[in-house]
Design a protein around this ligand. Structure first.
Ligand code: PLP
Length: 337
């Protein structure tokens, strides 16, 4: 057995001691309480267990070199949670209440926020608890909101390894109106195809490209990058509108990149890959370089030189510097907590 020190614990495998919890009943949310992290009681007929009325969020708080703690674009993530709740017809929590819960958890877990390049990952979770197995076509009128926190360390502890990505041109990740919703059901839907591609082609992730149009992977957005230019799919209902994606594009425009948000095809991506870069964006890794694209039948194409490209490294470093307080936050993305 290998011993697991926190520094090499897999992302999300360790939680802090404290969580915040609030419940919705009789048309309103209870005040939250702080509790020890541990099992909760849930009725076996709870709506979420049968009809997947569940959504979540994920974002980070960073400890700067001076010891102060700063949360990144929390308001934007809370707005997305509320949007997910509306899409799934779950009781929508007030933005102010979610913020209060997040801040209370961070405050209680201050000592557990790792130094850079680590962070405290915050995980709000909302699910329907109405106990009624006949409610397949009825929204949950009872719900639970929990905020968990997880100290995470360097995502690239073993070095930034270029990713192997399977290009899936038939299967969809989820129903086309739900891509924009951060809900567990979408992950469940992507799991089978992802594991199948992993087994067959030893890939890290699957890039979903239904009808030959590039969307995103199971948990990250997809960008084509080259000096002075970025191409990524324009926002629509079919994929998750990443806050990291938005942050990178905003920064890139100010750095002088031409940013094209539009539909692009697998063919265009493969042509780009001959001498361009490709990367995945998301809160966990910020920006991770793609080294190889694998098509149906196992045909492999290297992306650029097959490593993590220089533009990808440059953009990632620029955003990480803002998050860790070593570059000026011109955008007001960080909030000291
Ligand atoms: C969370 C998530 C992302 C990344 O979003 P960020 O806000 O950048 O963390 C991308 N795709 C999917 C499917 C996601 O669930």
């Amino acid at each position: 057995m290998t011993s697991m020190t926190p520094q090499n614990a897999p992302f999300g495998s360790i939680l802090t001691d404290v969580m915040a919890i609030a419940t919705f009943k009789d048309g309103r949310w209870s005040p939250h309480s702080l509790r020890a992290v541990g099992p909760i009681e849930i009725h076996p007929a709870a709506h979420a267990l049968h009809y997947a009325s569940e959504c979540f969020e994920g974002f980070k708080a960073y400890k700067w070199a001076d010891g102060s703690v700063h949360v990144f674009r929390m308001d934007r993530h809370i707005e997305r949670l509320r949007q997910s709740a509306r899409s799934l017809v779950l009781p929508e929590p007030d933005a102010a209440q979610v913020a209060e819960m997040v801040l209370a958890v961070i405050d209680r877990c201050r000592a557990a926020v790792p130094d850079a390049p680590g962070a405290l990952y915050l995980r709000p979770l909302l699910f329907g608890t109405m106990p009624n197995i006949g409610a397949a076509a009825t929204p949950a009128n009872e719900a639970c909101l929990i905020v968990l926190a997880s100290p995470v360390w360097d995502y690239f502890a073993g070095g930034a390894k270029p990713l192997r990505i399977y290009v899936e041109e038939e299967a969809t990740r989820c129903a086309s109106h739900l891509g924009v919703v951060k809900t567990g059901g979408n992950y469940a839907a992507a799991l089978g195809p992802t594991l199948a591609a992993r087994r067959q082609f030893q890939v890290d992730q699957v890039l979903f490209c239904p009808h030959g149009e590039v969307q995103e992977t199971g948990a990250a957005n997809f960008l084509l990058i080259r000096p002075g230019r970025i191409v990524t799919r324009a926002l629509d209902s079919t994929f998750l509108h990443g806050v990291t994606r938005d942050s990178l594009l905003t920064m890139a425009r100010d750095l002088g990149y031409a940013v094209e948000e539009r539909v692009f095809t697998v063919e265009e991506m493969l042509a780009w890959a001959r001498d361009g870069e490709a990367a995945l964006s998301g809160t966990a890794a910020v920006l991770a370089g793609v080294g190889t694209l694998i098509r149906k039948g196992g045909v492999e194409q290297r992306v650029g030189g097959g490593g993590v490209g220089p533009e990808t490294q440059k953009l990632r470093a620029a955003l990480v510097a803002i998050q860790q307080g070593t570059a000026l936050d011109r955008y007001g993305w960080l909030r000291r907590v």
